[in-house]
Write a protein that binds this ligand. Structure first.
Ligand code: NAP
Length: 230
């Protein structure tokens, strides 16, 4: 059988890069490491001996160009990891003092970005009758844990979880499984140096969801391979 094609967004550094490393090591999967800065993507991909391609998930044009390239180069997509994300809320920000520009930038990247990728790549999955969509969300998007601070980021991840559930329901029985995951608090540029988790720990659940068997879960939210509340 041909190798599965896995596309990972925002993969030049942090958790996305580690997801690529784990996918490449898994076997049977051909990884396409994407990065909004093509040069950074190439440098990162060289370290893993995988393919790279430029992709800015906040740009409709960039997503369309990428999807056209993928269809031509590989003609299929089996795994999509929507990992690219930003935390743009200033430290200590509150809803009442937040700027609209922060909300728009955050939602464009963390919600509309995954949506554009889904629009572009799920049709290829449907053609193959197989797919795994993994949305890298956050505990900060859990309504059950909702609290003060980073309001745009929190709302973007709650909305991403809603996208997971609606898409999973829509694709029920199609062979395409759609799930959200939280990596935990991870030591990356976003998580900062005090975070307790390594990127290896943060990426593990994404790898698991990306390689689920056909009878695996869909429409769920997971951390450490276990369901967590919405
Ligand atoms: P990170 O170190 O800040 O890396 C973020 C990645 O996303 C970078 O590669 C960045 O590219 C990319 N990116 C941002 N905007 C993009 C766009 N428009 N198009 C394409 N790529 C874009 O963050 P991380 O900690 O690895 O986070 C990865 C994911 O995990 C995010 O979705 C984040 O919300 C989630 N998460 C992280 C933590 C944590 O503790 N770290 C906790 C919960 C959830 P550039 O290098 O070009 O900026």
């Amino acid at each position: 059988m041909d190798k599965r094609i896995a596309v990972v967004t925002g993969a030049n550094r942090g958790i996305g890069f580690e997801i690529c490393r784990q996918l490449a090591r898994h076997g049977g999967i051909r990884v396409v490491l994407t990065s909004r800065d093509g040069k950074k993507g190439e440098t990162a991909a060289r370290k893993l001996d995988v393919e790279s391609h430029p992709l800015d998930v906040a740009s409709e044009r960039s997503v369309a160009l990428f999807a056209g390239w993928l269809a031509g180069a590989h003609g299929r997509c089996d795994i999509l990891i929507n990992n690219a994300g930003i935390l743009a809320d200033p430290r200590g920000s509150r809803v009442l003092d937040s700027k609209l520009s922060t909300w728009r930038e955050t939602l464009d990247t963390n919600l509309i970005g995954p949506l554009l990728m889904i629009h572009a790549l799920v049709p290829l999955m449907k053609k193959g009758g197989y797919g795994r969509v993994v949305n890298v969300s956050s505990g900060q998007g859990q309504l059950s844990e909702m609290g003060v601070g980073t309001p745009a980021y929190r709302a973007s991840k709650t909305a991403l979880n809603a996208l997971t559930r609606t898409l999973a329901a829509e694709l029920s029985g199609s062979g395409i499984l759609v799930n959200s995951m939280c990596p935990g608090w991870v030591r990356t540029d976003m998580g900062g140096a005090s975070a307790p988790r390594t990127v290896e720990q943060g990426a593990d659940t994404a790898l698991w969801l990306a390689t689920l068997p056909d009878n695996g879960p869909t429409g769920g939210f997971f951390r450490d391979r276990k369901p967590i509340p919405w």
